[in-house]
Design a protein around this ligand. Structure first.
Ligand code: ATP
Ligand code: MG
Length: 240
């Protein structure tokens, strides 16, 4: 196994009295892409919130590149190189494209091997954002907003990128563009967790797959083994 970029070990997490993650464990290898699958409400976003410090777990441990970060505040976890592209994008709609990128700028995280991301490299990756740099983000299309959300995360020069359902609500052609972007980011050496509901999107790009079911890990596998084994995914993911 590659070095561990992100590890969740026996995580129990609650919203109030509601016990939403039960002993959840999985590990993202350095340079790997882990597909995190599960139906509505399975606990995928909660895993992301725990990973970036937005929801401190009640039990269990989170590690980033082998260092414990459990219950550290979000800004300290971000400073160790973990960035989240949140579900629903959450860009600043009344700021311009350029301003959205600027607010996320951060120096290079120690241990980063890739050349630092800048406004210029983001604009090279997403020419449409360059064209619209002065426009208010709220006027962008859904696909452009998703690209801005990814660009904003990259401005923090992460070593670990967490993407929570980046394809949600996008037309198939735009989903294909987003997936091509994710593939490029993976090729640049970034370690990535890609949360999706549809296994079809994830299987071709992921090294490893984790399936959550009702707040528990139901399946941990390499993508290749899962494909060949013909595991009945419907059992865990419903009809798709
Ligand atoms: N802020 C919250 N307060 C209380 N309960 C919550 C909160 N956020 C999520 N939940 C509940 O926790 C469980 C896990 O939710 P989570 O958002 O992690 O699921 P998910 O797998 O990301 O689902 P989806 O695919 O719909 O985004 C669900 O039962 C959900 O209703
Ligand atoms: Mg979610």
């Amino acid at each position: 196994m590659a070095n561990s970029a992100l590890k969740l070990a026996d995580i129990d997490a609650f919203y109030g009295d509601s016990h939403v993650l039960q002993k959840v464990s999985f590990e993202l290898g350095e340079g790997h892409l882990l597909g995190l699958l599960g139906r509505n409400g399975a606990g995928k976003s909660t895993c992301m919130n725990v990973s970036v410090g937005l929801l401190p777990p009640r039990a269990g441990a989170v590690e980033v590149f082998g260092a414990p970060v459990t219950r550290l505040p979000p800004e300290e976890i971000a400073a160790r190189g973990v960035a989240l592209v949140p579900q629903g994008r959450r860009i600043f709609k009344s700021l311009t494209v350029r301003e959205n990128l600027m607010v996320a700028a951060r120096g290079v995280i120690p241990g980063t091997t890739h050349a630092p991301w800048t406004m210029e490299t983001i604009f090279t990756m997403f020419p449409r954002l360059a064209e619209r740099h002065a426009q208010m983000a709220g006027y962008l299309s859904g696909g452009e907003q998703q690209m801005l959300a990814i660009g904003r995360a990259m401005m923090s020069n992460p070593r670990v990128l967490l993407m929570d359902e980046p394809s949600e609500g996008l037309a198939p052609q735009i989903v294909a563009e987003v997936m091509a972007t994710i593939r490029k980011l993976k090729e640049s050496g970034l370690s990535i967790v890609l949360v999706e509901q549809s296994p079809k999107l994830v299987f071709d790009i992921a090294d490893d797959i984790v399936i959550l079911n009702s707040g528990r890990v139901a399946v941990v596998s390499t993508a290749a083994a899962l494909k060949n084994d013909g595991v009945d995914l419907r059992q865990h993911l419903g009809v798709f």
